[in-house]
Design a protein around this ligand. Structure first.
Ligand SMILES: [Zn+2]
Length: 345
């Protein structure tokens, strides 16, 4: 790869010790100019339009992702012409679709995230949906991840801020992990937990840049995603980053059958579960405000949130999810009222 002065190269460690080369810069897209093989881009209309304005490079074929339902994912891959390289351009779905094609065909993968609203560009697993339930398949490391600051800055800022929720969730996740180790035979790894805690502190330090989506903020968030993915891979599951705040997020999706920005759901989950855990709610709120993570879910009616919070234990049991504060301290009707009353309007 030809890197000029405005670019910088880092390494993303994925599962199995394989490394993706991460190229950061104002013109990181220039790294695509060396792609001379048969190339297939997997994208969506809005990010592709932005990409075309920012780059002269054009692939041999462009495929648009419509749905991450497993049947649609398989159909897109089967209808895609032969390619030597697949390039994912867009948000989580485009990255996951490109990962699927590269994994299925065993061909090199380049990812060009156009927004950092989720960590999909950095995780080796591929999120697909079956009957609207998330399922993870595959295991793939991209050759390169291009983090083009100007491309990412052209996405709505609130989407980039929402990505920080999957780092902020470490606060409630670590608390649940400790509870699980105390009340069950689950293993607690204090070294991994300490490294995850350090990610939370780094997020706090980078919050202002993340809020303003500056190059430093974009790079900090991308590096925190890589570190979080590395810690989860080293531990063998998502314990260091996923706790009861994600159970809340999954429950809201399940009961409302609506699509949300993941970070908005996780933000609400962090708020409610930090309160239930009695785990420094002030810090959680301050961190979310500084990063611009939304946590009040104004688009969901209060009575819907009430019944979701009251049914969390049942939901967790039915979905067979991990041990958390919900097993130790199930939400009572009084607590639910107190929690929702305390949310800022
Ligand atoms: Zn998440």
């Amino acid at each position: 790869v030809d890197t000029n002065n405005s670019q910088d190269v880092g390494n993303a460690q994925a599962q199995g010790g394989l490394m993706a080369e991460v190229i950061y810069g104002e013109n990181a897209l220039e790294a695509l100019d060396c792609c001379r093989e048969r190339t297939a881009a997997v994208t969506m209309p809005v990010p592709w339009e932005t990409f075309e304005q920012r780059s002269r490079w054009r692939p041999s074929h462009v495929a648009y992702v419509s749905s991450m339902d497993l049947a649609s994912v398989e159909a897109l891959e089967q209808n895609l012409p032969p390619a030597d390289v697949v390039i994912g351009v867009g948000g989580g779905s485009a990255c996951d679709m490109a990962k699927y094609v590269a994994w299925k065909r065993n061909i090199p993968l380049i990812l060009v995230p156009t927004v950092l609203s989720v960590d999909a560009a950095f995780t080796p697993t591929i999120a697909v949906r079956e009957r609207s339930i998330v399922r993870y398949v595959g295991n793939i490391t991209p050759e390169r991840i291009l983090i083009d600051y100007r491309l990412i800055q052209s996405a709505p800022p609130e989407l980039n801020r929402a990505g920080a929720a999957d780092i902020a969730s470490i606060q409630t996740a670590l608390h649940d992990w400790k509870l699980a180790a105390t009340h069950s035979d689950e293993r607690f790894d204090s070294s991994i937990a300490a490294q995850a805690q350090r990610c939370l502190e780094q997020l706090y330090d980078a919050a202002e840049d993340i809020y303003h989506v500056t190059p430093a903020g974009i790079r900090a968030l991308a590096e925190l995603f890589q570190e979080e993915v590395r810690l989860c891979a080293e531990h063998g599951n998502s314990r260091p980053e996923e706790g009861s705040e994600h159970i809340v997020a999954y429950a809201i999706e399940h009961y409302t059958k609506r699509h949300f920005i993941h970070g908005d759901l996780v933000g609400f989950g962090i708020y409610a579960m930090a309160m239930l855990q009695e785990n420094n709610l002030d810090y959680a709120v301050s961190l979310m405000k500084r990063c611009g993570i939304r946590y009040t879910l104004p688009s969901v009616e209060r009575k819907t949130l009430e019944s979701i919070l009251l049914n969390l234990v049942q939901f967790k049991r039915d979905a067979n999810l991990f041990f958390s504060v919900l097993d130790v301290k199930p939400p009572t009707p009084e607590w639910v009222q107190y929690c929702l009353d305390s949310l800022p309007a």
